[in-house]
Design a protein around this ligand. Sequence first.
Ligand code: UDX
Length: 432
Amino acid sequence: MPATVAVIGTGYVGLTTGAYLAHLGHTVICADVVADKVDQLNRGEVPILEAGLEDLVSEGLSSGRLSFVLGAANAVAGAEFVFLCVPTPQGEDGSADLSYVRHAAGEIAAGLAPECIVINKSTVPVGSTRVVEEALGRDDVFVVSNPEFLREGSAVHDCLHPERIVIGSDDQAAAMRVAELFEALRAPLVITDPASAETIKYASNAFLATKVSFVNALANVCEAVGADVREVVLGMGHDPRIGFEFLKPGPGWGGSCFPKDTRAMVHIAEDAGYDFNLLRGVIAVNDEQYERMADKVERMVGTSLEGCEVAAWGLTFKARTDDLRDSPAIEVIRRLRERGARVRAYDPTVDPHAAAEDPRLGDIELGADAYAVAAGAQVVVVLTEWDELRWLDYAKVAGSMAEPRIVDTRNLLDAPALRRLGFTYTGLGRDG
Ligand code: UDX
């Protein structure tokens, strides 16, 4: 049954949720606090790089089922369901900052229709369903938790083909009403209590971060004993209890979720009287990884990095997104520069002119393409697994560099082919 839905917040989660719910046949009004963004979205312009999202938004706008308004209060009148998709940034002590959630709840409280269901999609600490209930101060509406598991870069696909839908509610009938919204997706349903639903989101991200830190630590061991981490992962992954996913070594995990959610989980445990030292170890391995990548570059060069010309390929926290939040690439570049290197960087999604204003990039020098930044460099370091980097003319790259050397922190490139062209090449967790 098509429903009337409001979505508060048009970030990655809110915008994708609004667009795919409209695609499923519901009538959706999305609200944001930034007037320019609302205008832009009403024109069908999507401000983030996300495969398929612009098409989904255009489809929603032309069907009349999707629209964007300024201010949460203007979206909720008559809505049967209200999704809260506002940010939950990391507070100073590592805990999640709920001020946006509280503020949004306060803003919509008076305008909610009786029997309306408010759905928390933001990643919120255990107990936040109660926080929203209190901020709303309404006993004729329901608050339900419905964590989102989409990945940036495949957000639309993940929303339309979810592995599971988790709904946390003390009211079975409210949970079933929410489940009906997603009926067309035919995904496995986990209906549980709010605290368990909220914990599932943190636990999932913490577990995935643990896998990546494990494989990054394993890569160090492989290098030391002469094993190849890719072969080791292949041999492990055939065991279905382990699997192949999320076992690619890299420069560390980053992005808008893992760093903040792992720290929040440690904090949640601490507040509950448990020292989650396993997860603290996972975070520590990740923090060390940036330094290890800088060490690798220094080893490749063979001398101090003072005055060394380094070309960095990739700035985003992973490929297929333009998101620079908590990007390991930027962390590694910062460390290279602290060691005196002169770094020039290239990323296919970062416009060198527009980027001058971006505080996350600081004064990192940017080039127009991979060739331009490699020219004259003593070493190239691959930091993001952009597919286009596989298909460069490497004879041209080698010819333009001061020394043809590549540190490939993503194991992206074809090592034997590069060696044949005269490169000194090193990847992660394998020989050389
Ligand atoms: C993650 C979760 O996957 C998603 O379910 C949740 O909703 C939000 O957080 P996302 O932040 O988009 O999604 O990125 P993801 O693809 O999970 O990658 C996270 C980080 O781990 C990236 O920096 C990525 O490069 C790194 N990673 C991932 C690896 O280094 N190796 C891997 O094998 C997998």
